[in-house]
Ligand binder design. Structure first.
Ligand SMILES: [Zn+2]
Length: 272
């Protein structure tokens, strides 16, 4: 399989979920072996890989470098990983990737509008040399070597209950079954985040609010919550800087656990 990029540049504007500020990104084609690179309007750039500083929180994944921070990188990275785009440059104006509708749908649509270009160089997909697991109380993540990417994900939350999914990756399945699943938050948690100065851009338009009386909008899938968790994992795992083949099991996961797995994978492949 050859590496890919997009055929032309695309622009996406919107409000950041946490900062509440308007921002704009322009995603452009990049040559083979570039990976995914963020460029700032004043020319500083940041290559996406686990060596850039990653700050994971329960509410999102932040990349930091040279005094710059980029909030909420996981959904755009998820779209790029899901569509198997190996190389792209993302020019960011602002501090946070636009949240759009809280899913990766808008990114997928724009990237597909741009078209996918096949480059002349072979892909270098990460193959796990051995299983890796991380357990933290009743939460856990477990990755096994495989010749393809598949993910089992299970969650349990108040007012949602248990949801689980098995996903065998392909770009068309990603586009149809995962990309449209939206971010969610809980009523009380959102009030708390807002007092901490987060979720400033959070609204019914870019997330599902879950509370005692149900959900703030009709669901796109009955199990939309676990699909969104899987969407986040597809983004966080792309912090490896290239695609991976593995069978990954996650129980009650989140950005912290995803990023811990990414760091452990990086250690294991660097050791060889
Ligand atoms: Zn998310």
């Amino acid at each position: 399989m050859k590496q890919t990029t997009i055929k032309s540049s695309v622009e996406i504007k919107g409000i950041g979920l946490h900062t509440g500020k308007e921002s704009r990104i322009i995603i452009s084609p990049a040559p083979a072996d570039t990976g995914i690179v963020f460029n700032f309007a004043d020319k500083d750039s940041l290559k996406v890989n686990v060596d850039s500083m990653i700050i994971s929180t329960n509410r999102g994944t932040i990349l930091a470098h040279n005094g710059y921070s980029i909030y909420t990188v996981e959904h755009i990275l998820s779209a790029l990983n899901g569509l198997e785009i190996d190389n792209a440059e993302i020019m960011l104006e602002g501090e946070e990737i636009p949240s759009c509708d809280g899913s990766a749908k808008a990114f997928v649509e724009k990237l597909k509008d741009a078209g996918i270009e096949i480059l002349g160089k072979a892909r270098n997909i990460i193959q796990l040399p051995e299983p890796i697991w991380i357990f933290n109380g009743d939460k856990g993540i477990f990755a096994l070597p495989s010749d393809r990417l598949s993910i089992y994900y299970a969650i349990e939350f108040p007012w949602i209950g248990k949801q689980w999914i098995f996903y065998e990756h392909s770009p068309s399945r990603y586009e149809q079954e995962i990309a449209p699943a939206r971010t969610f938050g809980f009523e009380e948690e959102i009030e708390m985040l807002m007092t901490e100065g987060l979720a400033k851009g959070g609204s019914f338009l870019n997330s599902i609010i879950v509370g005692r009386n149900g959900y703030s909008s009709p669901l796109r899938y009955p199990d939309e919550f676990v699909r969104h968790k899987l969407l986040d994992l597809m983004g966080d795992i792309y912090l490896l800087g290239r695609r991976i083949n593995a069978t990954i099991f996650v129980v009650k996961g989140g950005h912290n656990l995803h990023v811990e797995l990414v760091k452990r994978i990086k250690e294991v492949i660097n050791d060889r």
